[in-house]
Design a protein around this ligand. Sequence first.
Ligand SMILES: Cc1ncc(COP(=O)(O)O)c(C=O)c1O
Length: 229
Amino acid sequence: MIPVHLFGRPAVLPKVDLPVVEDAAQSIGACKLYGIMSCLSFFPSKNLGAFGDGGAVLCDDAEVADKVVLLRAHGSRPKYVHHVVGGNFRLDALQAAILRVKLPQLPRWTAGRRANAERYRRLFAGSPGIPPELRLPQDVPGHIYNQFVIRAPRRDGLRQHLSKQGIGTEVYYPLALHLQPCFAGLGFREGAFPHAEAATRQALALPIFAELTEEQQTHVVTQIAAYYR
Ligand SMILES: Cc1ncc(COP(=O)(O)O)c(C=O)c1O
């Protein structure tokens, strides 16, 4: 089972009798290891972003760690003796050097993101003109706010309006998994997963990075209220 700790929010995981590999690509530091391993991404949009691609696997089992290390470089040990068919999953040395400099800043950036999420909540609560259907992300313990995703009525119009005001937003994600062309062979049609489909129509990620100022956040919320008025 591959649960996804999406947007930085730790998923609530039931006890299951299955091997669990956690997708913590967006949730570095949000939760303790639950399954066999937890996978991180250092893609530039992540809380700890490299200047290119990178990732890491967290685990607390020496045997699993050994297997991951083996798979990382074509299954070879020693060099040119191949025990399994692996791949090239090496973390590039240049990216590693960048991540080593950035890593000590991560707690500060996480605190900044959390503080910005709090500030959005206050600004939204004190802002007349926000429709009641507009929902803010639930504030669950451990959330690291890789994204601050609201559920917004008339989302596409809102996004256009914000873009004209110089406010960048993103849609995570515009097309649900079961409607992706690569999964067409599974035979699911529109309507099969109504909750996922509603999310694709309503979700909108607002700026949340640590350096965001109060003035900028006020501008975002003011412009959202202006759109609905
Ligand atoms: C939830 C989630 N899982 C997996 C990935 C894949 O990570 P990467 O692009 O580093 O392979 C990403 C990021 O792109 C992600 O956001």
